[in-house]
Design a protein around this ligand. Structure first.
Ligand SMILES: C[S@@+](CC[C@H](N)C(=O)[O-])C[C@H]1O[C@@H](n2cnc3c(N)ncnc32)[C@H](O)[C@@H]1O
Length: 235
């Protein structure tokens, strides 16, 4: 199904409801903690096995890597693979149900992996992966203030996401998520991420992008070029 951008169609997706009025006061404390304390959670066996397969697939391709983290049903992975035929595109999601939905054949340069990103990212860094591009498309917002630690920039895995390097692109329908993410990137790396309103023109990159846009919601896009920097992680 091509995701053609066409706003006259209607969809109903509720806007974000949050009890925050600005960036969360604890972003800085959470980032500092993630930079100081190693994440010791053991890697789940199913993700380790999935990573071994993905690593072999990537090694056989010898092509620049694009990661699609939290790819859902994988339409964005397919789309990125079509747009970048010279790259190897890996979509990762923990939902077997989403990944199993039939959206047509995958091109040779795309792979969908069922795995927990918290583990997959750490294995990727350990294995020396250096994505050229890294997409975080419409991550779960966790809009309650008490859920900051579940947003990627409030999670202990955050330094690993940055340490992988490459051109990181985050999209969200919640401006505050993107603003907090930018604050966290700057605190950890000293780099200022660009934030722009995103107006899909020809095509939607993902089903959530389509759903939010057709519901009349504003979309936000953050981009930053990161160096590969494993030393960001605490010992
Ligand atoms: C809001 S959906 C967005 C899906 C897709 N990127 C899109 O834009 O249509 C967020 C996705 O992130 C996945 N996800 C959340 N936490 C994850 C984790 N720890 N590991 C892997 N996938 C995760 C969910 O299963 C879900 O498919």
């Amino acid at each position: 199904m091509p995701l053609i951008a066409h706003r006259r169609m209607h969809a109903t997706s509720r806007s974000i409801v949050t009890n925050q009025t600005g960036p969360h006061d604890d972003v800085s404390r959470r980032v500092a903690r993630a930079l100081e304390h190693p994440l010791r959670k053991p890697v789940a066996e199913h993700t380790r096995a999935a990573f071994v397969e993905a690593d072999a697939w990537l090694a056989a391709r010898q092509a620049p890597l694009i990661l699609d983290a939290g790819c859902g049903v994988g339409l964005s992975t397919r789309c990125l693979a079509e747009r970048h035929p010279d790259c190897a595109v890996i979509g990762i999601d923990r939902s077997a149900d989403r990944l199993s939905r039939d959206h047509g054949t995958l091109s040779d340069n795309a792979l969908l992996v069922r795995a927990d990103l918290v583990d997959f990212w750490r294995l990727a860094l350990e294995a020396g992966w250096r994505p050229l591009q890294h997409y975080l498309l419409y991550p779960n917002p966790y809009p309650k203030a008490s859920h900051l630690k579940m947003r990627w920039h409030g999670h202990p895995v955050f330094p690993t996401i940055l340490a992988l390097g490459g051109r990181l692109e985050l999209r969200s329908n919640w401006r505050l998520y993107v603003e907090e993410f930018a604050l966290a990137v700057e605190q950890a790396t000293g780099l200022r991420a660009a934030i722009l309103e995103h107006e899909p023109t020809n095509a939607y990159l993902s089903p959530f992008e389509r759903k939010y846009h057709l519901s009349g919601q504003a979309l936000w896009r953050l981009t930053v070029a990161l160096p590969h920097c494993p030393s960001l992680l605490p010992e």
